[in-house]
Design a protein around this ligand. Structure first.
Ligand code: BV8
Ligand code: ZN
Length: 296
């Protein structure tokens, strides 16, 4: 596939979509970039000059829960300020059959498998359903159509018992609020790393043990893998939106669809050659502009 000739394949993509039955979208941080959420590789993916992915591990949390919680406190605040962008809104429509069938009349299922933990796709779908509801009558939504495979930033999970719940309050503890300091941008966020004693970090309301962010760290099992595997056996169209496709197993899904004869459409600001080679349709640019243009 010559990357230059396939940069703008809207008509061919729309024609292929018309024949698609089981559609899946794989999303990454680029989907939320326009909502002000830093991607992992913008500015070198650094937070306090630390590699974001190095902080997203059980080992980092065990070694320094104070630093890791300050990292997630900062990201929670970023996400609390964020609103869904037009790319989230286009993807949300695909979860609603009456909307999806306008572009994919033969569609039987849609799933968004998102690596993002910011919940913006869930918020966008909730807003869409409200806007399409007339009184008590709500539009049909494909069941379990959004799978947040790397967890949820606003979930607080116990390190000991089975407690897990969404908590959008901030700061979660006074000590985390005091750590805010002069947070300005992702790179120079509070360069003064302060130490918060463990007892002043979020605790489980049920058993009192240390709590952790309800996200999947490196080395941990992603969520919904069984559902995702069965989705992969049926999908015949895979949209890959705003992801560097470097993290497994998310990075393997488009290849699995294509290997079975399905089609892949890539929406990325700066697609890698490998991803372009693995796609049937390539849309290079900001997904918040491309998706509304290609799927009005
Ligand atoms: C697992 C939640 C096994 C937390 C995240 C060696 C040692 C240990 C592990 C491994 C190893 N080798 C491989 C592994 C597996 C590992 C892995 O893949 N590591 C990589 C780094 C090599 N994976 C795991 O550990 C996973 N678990 O494998 O468990 C297992 C399996 C089964 C059963 C039992 C056990 C778990 C990985 C989950 C980690 N948690 N997030 C948190 O966020 O804090 S990962 C996190 O980083 C994200 O969720 C995402 O997955 C990844 C970042 O990638 P992207 O989202 O793509 O973001 P990025 O910034 O990289 O790229 C943005 C893209 O958007 C770019 O392409 C850019 O061009 C584009 N873009 C930007 N703006 C726009 C845009 N595009 C369009 N429009 C725009 N406006
Ligand atoms: Zn507990």
């Amino acid at each position: 596939m010559d990357p230059e000739t396939s940069i703008w394949d809207a008509d061919a993509f729309r024609t292929a979509l018309k024949d698609s039955k089981h559609i899946v979208a794989i999303a990454g941080a680029g989907l939320s970039a326009a909502s002000g959420i830093p991607t992992y590789h913008d500015g070198g993916g650094l937070w306090r000059t630390l590699d974001a992915t190095a902080l997203a591990s059980p080992e980092a949390f065990k070694d320094n829960p104070s630093l890791v919680w300050q990292f997630y406190h900062y990201r929670r605040n970023k996400a609390l300020e964020a609103k869904p962008n037009p790319a989230h809104e286009v993807v949300a429509k695909m979860s609603v059959p009456q909307c999806l069938k306008k572009v994919a009349p033969n569609a039987q299922s849609f799933h968004l498998i998102t690596q993002n933990i910011d919940r913006l796709s869930v918020d966008a779908l909730r807003t869409l359903v409200q806007s399409l509801s007339t009184g008590p009558t709500k539009p049909t939504v494909y069941k379990d159509s959004i799978l947040e495979m790397h967890g949820r930033l606003f979930d607080v999970q116990c390190t000991q018992c089975e407690y897990r719940a969404e908590d959008r309050s901030s700061p979660l503890t006074p000590a985390l609020g005091a750590a805010d300091g002069d947070l300005r941008t992702y790179q120079d966020a509070g360069t003064k790393a302060i130490h918060i004693p463990e007892e002043q970090l979020p605790r489980c309301p049920k058993c009192g043990a240390l709590a952790r962010p309800g996200v999947v760290w490196f080395g941990e099992r992603p969520l919904h893998l069984d559902e995702i595997n069965s989705i992969m056996y049926k999908a015949d169209m895979c949209l890959v939106i705003g992801t560097s496709s470097q993290v497994r197993p998310a990075s393997t899904y488009a290849y699995r669809v294509r290997r079975r004869g399905g089609k892949v459409a890539l929406f990325n600001m700066d697609p890698s050659e490998k991803d372009v080679a693995g796609a049937d349709f390539v849309f290079k640019g900001p997904c918040e502009a491309l998706l509304p243009a290609v799927l009005p």
